[in-house]
Design a binder for this molecule. Structure first.
Ligand SMILES: *[C@@H]1O[C@H](CO)[C@@H](O)[C@H](O)[C@H]1NC(C)=O
Ligand SMILES: *[C@@H]1O[C@H](CO)[C@@H](O)[C@H](O)[C@H]1NC(C)=O
Ligand SMILES: *[C@@H]1O[C@H](CO)[C@@H](O)[C@H](O)[C@H]1NC(C)=O
Ligand SMILES: *[C@@H]1O[C@H](CO)[C@@H](O)[C@H](O)[C@H]1NC(C)=O
Ligand SMILES: *[C@@H]1O[C@H](CO)[C@@H](O)[C@H](O)[C@H]1NC(C)=O
Ligand SMILES: *[C@@H]1O[C@H](CO)[C@@H](O)[C@H](O)[C@H]1NC(C)=O
Length: 827
């Protein structure tokens, strides 16, 4: 729809309208209204009269009531041409019915139309006038006549409609409103005779809230008309909006009679707000006043959301005001065309007769943007006619012209159902309301700075909840002429990985985004809480996904595993080579002197020590766990018993050199073998006990680290473990003490010194190993353990065998008996 708005040639029109609106004075006494008697602005006689009350004026002069004298009648001001259009629509419908041969044939309808001034007081007076009549010639008769009108069409303002309905309700005179949308009027216990052809705000409030939600605005401000329309509509909107998670930053009342001071507070509150969307539950008159103030204070850039009360009103769309409302979006009564109505109204257009071209002079007077409301008036009149048609027994002709009883009429009116000329179905539901259907209107500016009301969607309350609102987002132009939906939120949305935390003392829409704790995630935007990951899962760094926990153990694939394997094999190889060298030179004095049998056993056990470190690498299994500690325990004991044997031999050998000694007999090779076997058997026994009572087993350690699972060997019995370790320690200590005692004894190869030194290394390595072992588990602990095994094995190998190999291979000349014995001091 394209509407050109030019400056209204105000006084020309005023002249014409004043002729129509004529307050006549009268001083009747008996069956007339007290005080001023009221004459209709427009009237025509007929068999049955249809009343009409419209706000030809929208305001009045405020006078101070002194309460000492009778208040003077209200002085109406601010002519509203729309009311004139409403009345023309009523007249058009009446004439059409009068002309029709099928509807109410032979019965003529008349009308009486009054001005309510938009005031409750005036409205009630005019309703009384409509019922009682204003003819002051019947002075002596009491007021016993039936009501003068069958039904009343009108009143725009909800508050006035409420007052009027309460007044005429007891007499069962129906009021059919074309524009009073207050939800409160649906209450049929309070307003039994109220019907309307415009949907109730019950639906409009919901539709508005759903629309606001649809566009993602959760932080909005609101201005409402401070009367029943605005207050009740906004209350319903607030309730629904809260349910949809929308928060109102402010909700301000406004009324045309508000003082300057009060208005300034409103302006201040809007100016200091952070929301970018204003929901206006207002009538066009309020907004006209408000917009002037907004322009004065330069309040622009807000996204307006409007009700049917102003959204399709082109009077607001004058260029300067349009700047503020540009992009506004709201609900409007769907356009319906009433054939001939527009022409009928334009025909009365006064300036046409003056010879001017009406096309050049389009203005509010001939503006048809409120055609849907005009059609509501039209439907109301037809509802009355159809009800009468049935009640008067009309077929070819009507059987009576007598006005039906009001109660009967009202009952039938509530149940009337018919189709208009244009095929639109008209009926009233149980609350006296029509079905709710709205167009969604968007204010857009065309290239030539004109504005258009573009229909961008619709809302139909008769559809299921999820499909009621249909919006074509692409066709909307938003405030400040942008193509993207403006944002109006108190807090930005919380991304995945965080959760909402409401700020204390503020609306629920204002919140902080708190990152999820470790092990918790949120994988949706605006999550209210973080969810704990399952046992084997852990949160990723972004906290938006649970990932499987990393499983940790020392494997053959990784660098550390390969390195340790390498060293253990090198160690085993070196031991084997040493053994080969010893075997090759087994008849040389140096090998013989050093108790070759024990040396070979020691080399064998050292090979096993090197190899047993391999059982610590790789994924722990039932077998590897059992093998690990027992193999380690037994091979080490075997190893140390050999060393111990050697130490004892050194000690004995010295004693043997003393005269009269026969010690060697006590510790010959059979005894040596036996002692090694005995020492080892004790360890084997400990291990067997451990394995049978409570063997080590593979274990998934979930507790120690939150973000990874440690695959380890559970010791089964800690006592078993410490017994094995303790026994090794005991033997090593014993060995060390004996070797220490023997260190000064004359021995060419300082066997005892070497053993002392090797045991020192051994003990040092294992003492450092123990703290590492009892600390947190993981693959590094295992690595330390392997390192300790390798280090102590290498220590033994190097200390005991390296010097001998050196002499055997590089200094063969020293390898003879003389050299060996030569340095032995003889005392
Ligand atoms: C108003 O109506 C009275 C009688 O009802 C009439 O005498 C008077 O001329 C009218 N005034 C105008 C301005 O039409
Ligand atoms: C007002 O009433 C007085 C006496 O009751 C009468 O003389 C006078 O003509 C009336 N005026 C009008 C305008 O009806
Ligand atoms: C209705 O029609 C009759 C003649 O058919 C005419 O006298 C009367 O003025 C008409 N009433 C209206 C309101 O047009
Ligand atoms: C009613 O009929 C009269 C005369 O036939 C005509 O002038 C008038 O325009 C008709 N009114 C409507 C609303 O059709
Ligand atoms: C109104 O505000 C706009 C920016 O919002 C600014 O550019 C303009 O100058 C202001 N006008 C007045 C009269 O303050
Ligand atoms: C979010 O996580 C839940 C389980 O916590 C899962 O069922 C859902 O599919 C996830 N949603 C998305 C979008 O990843």
């Amino acid at each position: 729809m394209k509407i050109k708005v030019l400056f209204v040639p105000f006084f020309a029109i005023l002249h014409v309208v004043m002729a129509i609106i004529n307050f006549s004075r009268s001083n009747g006494t008996a069956c007339t209204l007290r005080g001023e008697s009221a004459y209709p602005q427009l009237s025509k006689d007929g068999d049955i009269i249809v009343g009409g009350i419209f706000p030809f004026h929208s305001s009045w002069e405020i006078t101070d009531f002194s309460y000492l004298v009778t208040p003077p009648p209200l002085k109406c001001k601010s002519l509203d041409f729309r009311a004139f259009q409403y009345s023309q629509s009523l007249i058009f419908a009446v004439e059409e019915i009068n002309n029709s041969s099928s509807l109410l044939p032979g019965v003529s309808l008349g009308y009486k139309i009054y001005d309510t001034c938009g005031s409750t007081a005036v409205g009630v007076r005019m309703a009384m006038a409509l019922m009682n009549g204003n003819d002051n010639t019947v002075l002596d008769e009491p007021c016993t006549k039936p009501a003068q009108v069958q039904a009343i069409i009108g009143e725009s303002y909800s508050s006035v409609s409420m007052a009027v309905t309460k007044t005429i309700g007891p007499f069962s005179i129906p009021l059919i409103s074309h524009y009073s949308t207050c939800e409160c009027l649906s209450d049929k216990r309070k307003y039994p005779s109220f019907l309307r052809t415009i949907p109730s705000d019950y639906h409009q409030s919901r539709a508005l809230a759903e629309m606001v939600r649809h566009f993602g605005w959760t932080w909005v401000g609101a201005i409402r008309r401070d009367d029943d329309y605005g207050n009740s509509g906004m209350a319903a909107f607030t309730e629904v909006a809260e349910g949809l998670g929308i928060c109102l930053e402010y909700s301000l009342p406004f009324f045309k009679t508000y003082s300057q001071e009060k208005v300034l507070t409103i302006i201040e509150q809007i100016r200091s707000s952070t929301s970018r969307v204003i929901v206006g539950f207002l009538a066009h008159w309020d907004l006209e006043i408000l917009l002037d103030i907004f322009i004065e204070h330069n309040i622009t850039g807000y996204q307006w959301v409007g009700t049917e009360g102003w959204i399709s009103d082109s009077v607001l769309a004058t260029v300067d005001k349009h700047k503020i409302l540009q992009g506004a979006i709201g609900l409007a009564i769907p356009k319906t065309n009433v054939n001939g109505l527009k022409e009928f109204i334009l025909d009365v257009y006064p300036l046409k007769t003056a010879g001017d071209k009406p096309s050049e002079m389009e203005n509010t007077f001939i503006d048809m943007s409120l055609l849907p409301i005009l059609s509501n008036v039209y439907k109301g009149v037809y509802a009355i006619a159809h009800t009468l048609h049935g009640l008067l027994g009309c077929k070819q002709t009507c059987s009576t012209k007598k006005q039906p009883h009001p109660l009967t009429f009202l009952e039938h009116l509530k149940r009337v159902q018919f189709k208009t000329k244009m095929g639109e179905e008209v009926y009233f539901d149980i609350n006296g309301d029509p079905a709710a259907r709205y167009d969604i209107i968007n204010w857009q500016t065309s290239k030539d700075q004109q504005h258009k009301f573009v229909s961008v969607g619709l809302y139909d309350s008769t559809f299921p909840a999820h499909s009621r609102l249909v919006v074509n987002m692409a066709s909307i132009v938003w405030a400040q002429n942008t193509n993207h939906v403006p944002t109006s939120v108190c807090s930005e949305r919380c991304p995945p990985g965080t959760r909402k935390a409401v700020q204390k003392g503020r609306p629920v829409c204002c919140y902080d985004c708190i990152p999820c704790a470790e092990g918790e995630i949120s994988n949706i935007t605006d999550s209210v809480q973080c969810e704990q990951c399952y046992q084997d899962y852990w949160s990723n760094p972004h906290r938006d996904e649970c990932v499987k926990k990393q499983i940790e153990y020392l494997s053959y694939e990784e660098k550390m595993g390969i390195l340790l394997t390498f060293f253990s094999i090198i160690g085993a190889l070196m031991t084997t080579i040493t053994a080969i060298i010893f075997f090759r030179y087994k008849n040389t004095p140096i090998v013989k002197a050093n108790n070759s049998e024990l040396s070979f056993l020691l080399l064998f056990s050292l090979t096993l020590c090197f190899l047993c470190s391999l059982t610590f690498i790789g994924r722990p299994s039932e077998w590897s766990c059992m093998l690990r500690h027992t193999a380690f325990g037994i091979t080490f004991v075997l190893c140390i018993s050999c060393v111990l044997g050697k130490t004892i031999v050194v000690l004995m050998a010295f004693r043997a050199t003393l005269p009269g000694s026969n010690v060697m007999k006590w510790f010959g090779p059979p005894q040596q073998r036996l002692s090694v076997l005995a020492f080892t058997l004790i360890q084997v026994l400990i291990c067997v006990l451990w394995l049978t009572i409570s063997p080590p087993f593979p274990f998934r350690n979930l507790k120690h680290y939150k973000e990874k699972i440690i695959l380890e060997c559970h010791l089964g019995s800690t006592i078993g473990f410490w017994a094995v370790l303790g026994y090794i320690g005991f033997l090593a200590l014993l060995c060390f003490v004996l070797a220490f005692l023997a260190r000064k004894l004359p021995d060419n190869f300082n066997e005892a010194k070497l053993i002392t030194f090797s045991m020192l290394i051994f003990c040092a390595v294992w003492i450092t190993f123990i703290p590492a072992y009892v600390s947190s588990p993981g693959k590094f602990t295992v690595a330390v353990e392997i390192f300790a095994i390798l280090a102590s094995s290498f220590g033994l190998l190097f200390c005991i065998f390296l010097p001998k190999c050196y002499i055997i291979i590089l200094k063969p000349e020293k390898n003879n008996k003389k050299q060996l014995m030569g340095k032995v001091p003889i005392k």
